[in-house]
Design a protein around this ligand. Sequence first.
Ligand code: ATP
Ligand code: ZN
Ligand code: ZN
Length: 798
Amino acid sequence: MIARTIVDVPAAQTDRLFDYIIPDHLEEIVRPGMRIVVPFGPRLIQGFVIEVVQESDVQKLKSIEEVLDPTPVLTDELLTLGEWLAEQTICFRISAYQAMLPAALKTAVTKELHLLTELNELHPYLQPLFKEKRTILWKDAVDALAGHLKHVRNALDQGQLAVHYVVKEKGKKKTEKWIKLADSADETKVKENAHKQRELLLYLKQQDKALRSQEVLSATKTTRANLKALIDKHLVVEWEQETYRDPLQGVEYKQTPALPLTDEQQQVFTPISESVLNNQSETFLLHGVTGSGKTEIYLQTIEQVLNQGKEAIMLVPEISLTPQIVARFKARFGDEVAVMHSGLSTGEKYDEWRRIHRSEVKVVVGARSAVFAPFSKLGLIIMDEEHEMSYKQEDMPRYHTKEVAIKRANYHQCPVILGSATPSLESYARAKKGVYTLLSLKHRVHNRPMPTVEIVDMREELRAGNRSMFSTSLMEALKTRLERKEQSVLFLNRRGYSTFVMCRDCGYVPQCEHCDISLTYHRSNHSLKCHYCGHEEAMPSVCPECEGEHIRFFGTGTQKVEEELTRVLPEARVIRMDVDTTRTKGAHQKLLDAFGHGEADILLGTQMIAKGLDFPNITLVGVLAADAMLHIPDFRSGERTFQLLEQVSGRAGRHEQPGEVLLQSYTPDHYSIQLVTEHNYEGFFDYEMAQRRTAEYPPYRFMALITVSDPDLPNVIEKSQKIADYLKRTMSKETVVLGPVVSPIARIKDRYRYQCMIKYKNEPRVIEALQQILRHYLRDTTQGNLQISLDMHPYFFM
Ligand SMILES: Nc1ncnc2c1ncn2[C@@H]1O[C@H](COP(=O)(O)OP(=O)(O)OP(=O)(O)O)[C@@H](O)[C@H]1O
Ligand SMILES: [Zn+2]
Ligand SMILES: [Zn+2]
């Protein structure tokens, strides 16, 4: 038998199947989706078995050296998905497969076999192995059983054995003592007057399953000595069992029942629920204003999926994967929930993944990569805050989570829900065209009012002599909250600072005359540059608009704001949340808890406080610089600004008390800011779509970004020019090829970077042309220093 294998060498030459002989003693065990160790040149490397076939065309094959997994880590579905992913994003298949697995599986892992039943129930071949201990090394089993591994397979299938993985570098695994009633428990061995022992036995009988020793002792208020007596009499068996590192251990979740849905909620719930019940692969776009109760809909849809015996993936952007969100899911579904996000240690992530892999949980709440959760009976995928950019992966494979979700849902014939108060233009446009089913929640739960939003013109403040970062109205509003003992949120957007130039007198920001994109300041030659088309101009010393002299670039940090805040409002208790204050584990939760318990009056923070917060006492939201993101050189910056402001505003007045929002801005007339005052998503959509149509940007066009880099500048210029020329020659007339131009980050790690962009509509040959470019420069990229990276639907133009 032959294993067709993808080997772990991420390179163009090795991005294909290699055949290996499956030695006889492994024949029963090797299946597609398992990791194996194979000889490759002089080395031994890892690989994934893709297919098992009878014959190979290749002569002189080598043999598989070792099998790393007793059961496949990738299902058939995920194997096919990886192939698709590699093609769509133009990456190596090995990179696609590795993106689907927890990092721990890329490193050395020891496998163990654990006995779950009585020794004598095992196949005679296996019994000697488990005579002395209930856990043995997988490797020892392979050595001892050469040729009879199929018995292990059968025992695994029958649930007599289980596979445990131990991440080597994480060292010690955690174990606990477990007990259960022995199968042939002869109760007459317990003396009449040994009440405690009898009680213990009775309890185990009633529970009729394996239990943690410690739990049983405290439930029956018995001592260890009593238990020991029963074990010695062979009435009870005890063993050590590996426990999972539970990232949420010690946190108690009170069970919450489903809330009766409001009429509006019911109206969107019905079609989704029909789709779930009819096993339809349908994509819903749930557009619901902030506080409209989208999460409750997610919860109840998941419940329905679980009732069908199926599984659900709940995707949340990394940044809003807050303890508060996790708590809402844990409170509804308890132990059925696994959590996956970057805050977990390698070991924890691995444990959560295994709980999914072994079908011990039915719901996973997680960031981007959780879309690959190895469920086999998937009934639903939800993507909350679907407009968030973090759903796009920025390293190979550069996939968008939404596309993967829809692909998987297609395979499993189940619905996808994309939810947001501010959907991406792409998704909303597709929903309007009927590609997705549009569902709307236009009102907050129980018709609570949306917060009132007011724009504060910071140019006026400057004119009136106020040079501080807080406007007079914001100070007033903060003071009122202090008096009323209500809470405020202050939001500082740090993204986008310091790259753009702005006039502080009139709010003017220099734009490229060809691209409608803010120009970027270049310190080195004191100039302004467009990163789409290469246009360059001198940095003005006075504002071309108002001739004012306060034209410069911009920047401030949360720490500075905090200092200023304590100076002007010394009586206010402030909690600051940013990357610095949330670095340690659990800090995020602690700060939010403190704020939730009313230990502070003001929560000051960055992006991480923009979403998911649901605190009843917040009645004021202040945004210090609403325009900060508006001027990032990216055609989506208007969209992002609207989305972010609408989301932050949504934190105010979610419960009984009404909310107020103040947006400080130097460009108060910009539509992305203006339309937030009316919470007018539709209006924003129409306006922005018109812009995109004129400038030929997505969703009217697709885009692809090609970045070329090399330590040798002339080489980068030459190669990127040739690539652009080739594309211009091969693409159809309507397709626009922009560049080559210097990348916004012109040099990284001594590599000079240039980029080209393609804007296309109907261009079936795009992927092929790009692959052709990669092939053409194969020698330069493997033997020289040249790098060419491709991003099919770019979200970052750096
Ligand atoms: N049917 C209901 N009855 C009573 N309260 C509800 C109901 N549905 C939701 N709520 C409550 O309304 C508040 C807002 O709901 P939720 O957080 O689900 O909104 P959301 O649309 O997800 O908001 P956002 O997009 O702003 O995060 C929550 O406190 C929630 O418990
Ligand atoms: Zn000006
Ligand atoms: Zn330009």
